[in-house]
Design a protein around this ligand. Sequence first.
Ligand SMILES: Nc1ncnc2c1ncn2[C@@H]1O[C@H](COP(=O)(O)OP(=O)(O)OP(=O)(O)O)[C@@H](O)[C@H]1O
Ligand SMILES: [Mg+2]
Length: 250
Amino acid sequence: MMAEGPLIQTIDVRKIYGMGEIRVAALDGVSIAIESGEFVAVMGPSGSGKSTLMNILGCLDRPSEGRYILDGVDVSEMDRKQLAHIRNDRIGFIFQSYNLLPRTSALKNVMVPLFYRRNHKYSTEEREAIARGVLEAVGLANRLHHQPQELSGGEQQRVAIARALVNDPILILADEPTGNLDTRSGEEIMGLLHELHLDGRTIVMVTHDPEIAAHTQRTIHLIDGRVELVVENGAGSTLKEEERVRHESH
Ligand SMILES: Nc1ncnc2c1ncn2[C@@H]1O[C@H](COP(=O)(O)OP(=O)(O)OP(=O)(O)O)[C@@H](O)[C@H]1O
Ligand SMILES: [Mg+2]
């Protein structure tokens, strides 16, 4: 069910690490809204809070203060078990270092999230068939039984994308998905993300590379845990029209 309003809404989200003197506000009052179907980049210097924001958007972590509304549901108050279900059923993660299970075939890696699904109990044959279909869709039909160490970086990332897609998530979060790849493999991965966007997926992607960010519709710039600037990239165009949006709470 699709709720009214943005798919993602954070309201004055803070994330404080540590205690007393060594408290670090990794996020210091972030209010953003992302519509269903948007492709958004997050940029900012090292330590500006990009991964912390992704962890909260992905329900891997909870805000210290503020609210996070995902698809109309306030997830900021949910317990760990509820968050784990949302993560597995509704969110697909893609990481810079792929995070695949070692010594495990591409097919088995992609089958894992199906095993943890709450509402569908698939047989092994069904899980295999679904995982095979997604691996074929990302161009890996001839690599099903290869283990991660037998695959190139770009291929490993495509397995990770297949794993992220296998539960048909409402949200795809990618933290520097091209960070470990050469230019050509990076372009292939961006091509895949573009296709997913055209299919109507909502994607939030962290990148250090302005050219990669220009592939998206909007770039959110973080500095010191705050939204400094939001830039409209002009859908698919390399012509950038900058639109400075003052962050409301600052
Ligand atoms: N688990 C943690 N405990 C304490 N401090 C943390 C923790 N995770 C992150 N931080 C701090 O929070 C701030 C934001 O970190 P974060 O990982 O979100 O940055 P980033 O923008 O992703 O940086 P990078 O580009 O280097 O990946 C940093 O100052 C970091 O040291
Ligand atoms: Mg990071």
